[in-house]
Design a binder for this molecule. Structure first.
Ligand code: NAP
Length: 309
């Protein structure tokens, strides 16, 4: 079995690393804060003191970090992973970043003769724990195919998107669709509640309608129970929508829903929801609906949310 270095053991990374360990890979792990690496060390992984030490001798190096700047810090910064890699190693970044960041890492890897693959994921912490993620992969196709044994314990479906950058672009497309759907759901629930409908009844109808989906099941339930323990942190969806808006601007595309989402997530960050699940967006929607002079579903008014809250 090839050996794998796994860097970044947050909600997703800790579960993905545990899947790789369970599949029999020799695993070297690193995390900025110490706790998560200790848990995996107790299960048989080697816990490294630095990213470079983790990467040393591993056939495949995987990062699953927070955002573009954390990937740049760990991969490209002084003492970063890339400057330690050799041409017989493959570097895979699974963090959600923008395509330009992915291409920048690809360039740095090429200068060292190292193959780079981007493989952002969809599916949340339950899917990560069960190895049921969906991967959107960009990079040289033969290298991607060689990673089948590594991806197989992590994912139920792997889609090859094309060159580096295509996977990250697809991930932003995916999350815009998810965040937009959630906003529609939350506005609908807010209207129903204001009109006196019970959460349970609304969820029952929606779950048997054409809207039925894992997203609806998970997030409508979280909202009904006011349980915002993070599966997918608010700050990460806020980051993804920020990246969507920037990407759209770069392509000369005006996306009204993405801009509205961006302002609502910014309002939520200002209110301190960053480490809650992104289902906490319901609180921003409710606050907007309750604000003086705002009507539920009044998109023009909601667009002013950030200024008015
Ligand atoms: P998370 O729980 O916040 O974990 C982030 C990880 O990155 C932690 O290990 C953190 O280390 C590390 N990190 C952050 N900044 C760092 C820095 N500057 N230097 C070194 N390490 C740093 O996030 P997650 O939920 O696992 O998500 C990871 C990525 O996958 C994100 O890009 C997210 O958007 C994406 N994603 C998440 C989900 C989901 O449902 N959760 C689904 C699909 C994609 P510490 O432990 O020291 O803070």
């Amino acid at each position: 079995m090839p050996s794998i270095a796994f860097l970044g053991l947050g909600i997703m990374g800790s579960r993905m690393a545990a899947r790789l360990l369970g599949a029999g890979f020799s695993l070297r792990v690193w995390n900025r804060s110490k706790g998560p690496a200790e848990t995996l060390r107790a299960q048989g992984a080697f816990a490294a003191g630095t990213p470079a030490e983790a990467a040393q001798g591993a056939n495949v190096v995987i990062t699953m970090l927070g955002d573009p700047s954390s990937v740049k810090d760990v991969a490209l910064g002084a003492g970063g992973v890339v400057e330690t890699l050799h041409p017989n190693q493959v570097y895979v970044d699974m963090t959600t970043v923008d395509p330009a960041t992915a291409r920048g890492i690809d360039c740095a890897c090429r200068r060292r003769g190292v193959a780079f693959v981007e493989a952002p994921v969809t599916g949340s912490k339950l899917a990560a724990a069960k190895g049921e993620l969906v991967l959107m992969v960009g990079g040289p196709e033969e290298v991607v195919r060689s990673l089948d044994p590594v991806f197989s314990p992590l994912a139920k479906h792997v889609v090859y998107m094309g060159d580096v950058g295509c996977g990250s672009t697809m991930k932003l497309v995916n999350n815009l669709a998810i965040a937009g759907s959630i906003l529609a759901l939350f506005e609908a629930l807010t209207l129903g509640r204001r009109a006196g409908l019970a959460d349970e009844r609304m969820i029952e109808v929606l779950s048997h309608s054409a809207l039925a989906s894992p997203l609806l099941a998970l997030k409508a339930r979280a909202v009904a129970e006011r349980d915002f323990e993070p599966h997918f942190a608010f700050k990460h969806m806020a980051k993804d929508i920020r990246l969507v808006v920037a990407e759209a601007k770069g392509h000369g595309v005006r996306l009204a829903l993405a801009e509205l989402l961006d302002s609502l997530f910014a309002a939520g960050l200002e209110r301190g929801y960053e480490d809650e699940d992104f289902a906490a967006l319901i609180k921003v929607v409710e606050q907007a609906a309750a604000a003086e002079g705002l009507a539920v579903g009044d998109a023009g008014a909601t667009r002013n949310t950030r200024a008015e809250l």
